[in-house]
Structure formats: structure tokens, C-alpha cells
Design a protein around this ligand. Structure first.
Ligand code: NAD
Length: 426
């Protein structure tokens, strides 16, 4: 498969075509039964809804919403909700597929789902955002439930949006149903450590990768693309958990580089004040481009922003020893082959960023028992889930002589395929 083969024609790769092509590659390695392969290539269920919402000026605006339940053979579907003006059903299908493989690769008893509303939260008031959130739940609530499908925050949605949604769902049910959504505020049944869980899980993966590569993270340098939820916590925890020096960070407006290290807390403060890290140069950092950041000579590169940023055009210039994919889909298929050929160790997205869904699963368990864990318990259980998953993928890659992404697919697809087969679906 090449980047061109999965392009949607305007040069932008179609993410769902990429997920299907990645599955095809794993199916070939696994010699997967064609009927099972066919079942796993398509989403199990999709709901498309139209949401009429009253805006603050009294007008009615109509929004399109989606929920995709990709595969629930191993348990209720699980996956975030995105509020994005350019939301497309293919992006949501792709992300729902990745959630299926993500839950399977870390062996939690959940399937994969994803949803979203095409809207621009940056142009909406809090009241409008609340009405869109509630309208979405009224429209798709009939296919959600703690044992059916459990959403969570994703791009441009947050714990407050989850709070409105869990409230709306609870009103529809006539009783509190906290387990229907994760990523909730602590006061409404959220889990401790949920907010930094994606980056924290990524750090456990990097720690394990460094061990197999013989890299001392205490002396390692790290560059992070994207300075939002995943990127900011990656900077803090990269320093705290790994002892790494954060030498470069970026956001949509620009990047900065300081070989002596950037203080993540001060950078966050600066971004909160000015809206960007791009001119946080007071401590000696210098501005660089986002493209330069990816090509820095660092030990660890963590893409934590967008999809399709490491492509055939720049993969050959990447110098990092470890690429830790906190973002979903940052590397195109052509780039994957180049990184592998160059001996760059990629921790694939649906393993590297699975800390979020693992902790969401812990949140569901805590909601079901109405019994809440302390930080140490959540942290230890996250480590106990993600570190063995990393080693399962690493070992499979070594055994099969394939890259880590195909190995992660093999581990995950085998588990989902077994459940599908045992249930008699194929
Ligand atoms: P976010 O919206 O909080 O942050 C995104 C960051 O990327 C922002 O700082 C933005 O300025 C920056 N950005 C946008 N365009 C950029 C560009 N061209 N170059 C550099 N930076 C750019 O989002 P997030 O929650 O941190 O998610 C980031 C990625 O991680 C996404 O791919 C998401 O799917 C993935 N992810 C996040 C979580 C989570 O728990 N937050 C879980 C799993 C996967």
C-alpha cells in the first residue's frame, strides 16, 4: 500500500482507507480467514443524525452528528466524541476502527466506537455548546449505555461536555447512569489521573522501548509536536517520569527549540497567557518551524498533534531513535516503511496513546462498583496493563520480522477475530 493508494484525491489520505489497508497487511501476515477479514474491514453499525439547535440569536441551526460502533465482539464499544467543523464520517470510521484495535491490543474487554458533531465550538457560546451536547445525546442515546457503547472526550470536547451529556442521558433514563460516559469531572464519577492518562501511558511505553533499545532516558532528549492535552502532559511527565530533557515543543502557530531544556510548566503558563508557545524564548529557546521540530536530532520524538505529519517527504530526515505516537495516525503508510528501513523505533499510535482508554475503562469499572480508587492504584493498574501490551507487540514484531505497527495489528486483530469466530459471526 502507498500513500497515493489511500488518497482521497486532494492529496489528503483517507484515514479509513489507511486503517483498512493496515488491517489488510496484518490479515496477510496472520493468514486470516477471508470471512473474518471481511467482517473486520467494516463498521458493525453507524448512526447519522440531524440536530436542530436553537442558537443564542433565536435562529435554528442544523448540525450533522454521527456515532460509529465498529465492533463489539469483545465488549461494549468505547470511543471519544469530536466536535469539529470538518468532521467526516470516514474520519470517525477510521477512529472507531483504531479504538477496536486499541482496546484489543491492551486486552481490555471493550470494542471500538467513535462519534462526533460537525460544528465549530470556537464560534459557539457555552449555552450553544450545551444545547448541541444535549441534542446529540437525545439523538443517539438509544444506542448508548454502560453495557452497549460508552463515549468519552476527544477533539474539542471536554469534561464539562461529558457532564452535560451524562446529565441528559440520566434524565432520559430516569436515574443516574454515570457509567455511560467517561472522562467526566471527578464530582460526577470521573477517575483520578484520567486527564494525564494518555501521556502517562505513552511514558510507560517509552520507558519500555528505551529498555529494549538500551537507551538511558535520564540522558535522553525529547521533542514534542502539539502542546494540548497530550503534548503538555507528555512534556511534564517526560521530565518527571523519564528524567528526559524536553528540548522542543510546538503548537499550530509555531515551535521552539532549546538544547538546554524547556521548562514545561513555564511554557504552559506562557501558552495560557498568549495562546501559543511560539515566542516563549525568554529562557533562551529559539523559534524553529514545525517541520524542523520533526527532524531534530533527538532521542525521542512525540507527535501529539495531528494525523499525517510524518510522510514520505520527511520520514527520511527523521533522526529520533524512538517515535512515540501520542497522536492518532501521525505517520502515513509510505513513511512507516521508511522509518522501519532506517531502524527508527516507532511505538504505534493505538498502543502508545492507549493510556486514555485504559483509564476510561477503569472509570467504567469504578462507576459500576460505585467505589473509587486513589491515584496510586490507578497509576499502578495502568502500568500493569500497558507495559505487558508493549512487550507483547515488541516480541511479536521480533518473531515475525515486521514493524511494530503490523505487530500491534496482529496482536489486536487475532483477539478480535477469535471473539468474532467464537460468537459465530464468521
Ligand atoms: P488538543 O486539541 O488538546 O491539542 C492539539 C495540539 O496540537 C494543540 O496545541 C494545537 O495547537 C496543536 N497543533 C495543531 N496543529 C498543529 C500543527 N500543524 N503543528 C503543531 N501543532 C499543532 O488535542 P489532544 O487531546 O492533545 O490530542 C492530540 C492528538 O492526540 C490527537 O491526534 C488525538 O487524537 C490524540 N489523542 C489524544 C488523547 C487524549 O486523551 N487527549 C487520547 C488519545 C489520542
Amino acid at each position: 500500500m502507498t500513500d497515493q493508494a489511500v488518497s482521497i484525491g486532494d492529496g489528503q489520505p483517507n484515514l479509513f482507507a489507511i486503517t483498512q489497508a493496515q488491517l489488510d497487511a496484518a490479515a496477510e501476515v496472520l493468514q486470516l480467514d477471508p470471512a473474518l477479514h471481511a467482517v473486520l474491514r467494516e463498521p458493525m453499525r453507524e448512526m447519522h443524525v440531524t440536530l436542530p439547535v436553537r442558537m443564542d440569536d433565536g435562529s435554528i441551526k442544523v448540525f450533522k452528528g454521527y456515532r460509529v460502533q465498529y465492533n463489539d465482539s469483545r465488549g461494549p464499544t468505547k470511543g471519544g466524541l469530536r466536535f469539529h467543523p470538518k468532521e467526516t464520517i470516514d474520519t470517525i470510521r477510521a477512529l472507531a476502527a483504531w479504538m477496536t484495535w486499541k482496546c484489543a491490543v491492551v486486552d481490555i474487554p471493550l470494542g471500538g466506537g467513535k462519534g462526533g458533531v460537525a460544528c465549530n465550538p470556537k464560534e459557539m457560546s457555552q449555552g450553544e455548546l450545551e444545547r448541541v451536547s444535549r441534542a446529540y445525546i437525545r439523538a443517539v442515546g438509544r444506542i448508548l449505555g454502560p453495557d452497549v457503547d460508552v463515549p468519552a472526550p476527544d477533539m474539542y470536547t471536554n469534561p464539562q461536555v461529558m457532564a452535560w451529556m451524562v446529565d441528559e442521558y440520566s434524565i432520559l433514563q430516569g436515574h443516574n447512569e454515570f457509567g455511560v460516559i467517561t472522562g467526566k469531572p471527578l464530582a460526577l464519577g470521573g477517575s483520578k489521573l484520567r486527564s494525564d492518562a494518555t501521556a502517562r501511558g505513552g511514558m510507560y511505553c517509552i520507558r519500555a522501548a528505551a529498555k529494549v533499545l538500551g537507551l538511558d532516558t535520564q540522558n535522553a532528549t525529547m521533542a514534542i509536536q502539539g502542546f494540548g492535552n497530550a503534548g503538555q502532559y507528555a512534556a511534564i511527565l517526560g521530565q518527571k517520569m523519564l528524567g528526559a530533557t524536553i528540548v522542543a515543543i510546538s503548537d499550530s502557530q509555531g515551535a521552539i527549540y532549546d538544547p538546554d531544556g524547556i521548562n514545561p510548566y513555564r511554557a504552559i503558563e506562557h501558552k495560557q497567557k498568549t495562546g501559543s508557545v511560539k515566542d516563549f524564548t525568554i529562557t533562551g529557546a529559539r523559534p524553529i518551524s514545525n517541520a524542523d521540530l520533526l527532524e531534530l536530532d533527538v532521542d525521542i520524538l512525540a507527535p501529539a498533534a495531528l494525523e499525517n505529519v510524518i510522510t514520505a517527504a520527511n520520514a527520511g530526515h527523521i533522526k529520533a531513535r524512538i517515535v512515540a505516537e501520542l497522536a492518532n495516525g501521525p505517520t502515513t503508510p509510505d513513511a512507516d516503511a521508511i522509518l522501519y528501513a532506517n531502524g527508527i523505533y516507532v511505538i504505534p499510535d493505538f498502543l502508545c496513546n492507549s493510556g486514555g482508554v485504559i483509564t476510561s475503562y477503569f472509570e467504567m469499572v469504578q462507576n459500576a462498583y460505585s467505589y473509587y480508587w486513589d491515584e496510586q492504584t490507578v497509576d499502578a493498574r495502568l502500568d500493569a496493563k500497558i507495559t505487558p501490551a508493549f512487550h507483547a507487540v515488541h516480541n511479536r514484531a521480533q518473531e515475525l520480522g515486521v514493524n511494530n505497527r503490523i505487530a500491534a495489528y496482529c496482536v489486536a486483530v487475532e483477539r478480535v477475530a477469535e471473539a468474532v469466530r467464537l460468537r459465530g459471526w464468521a
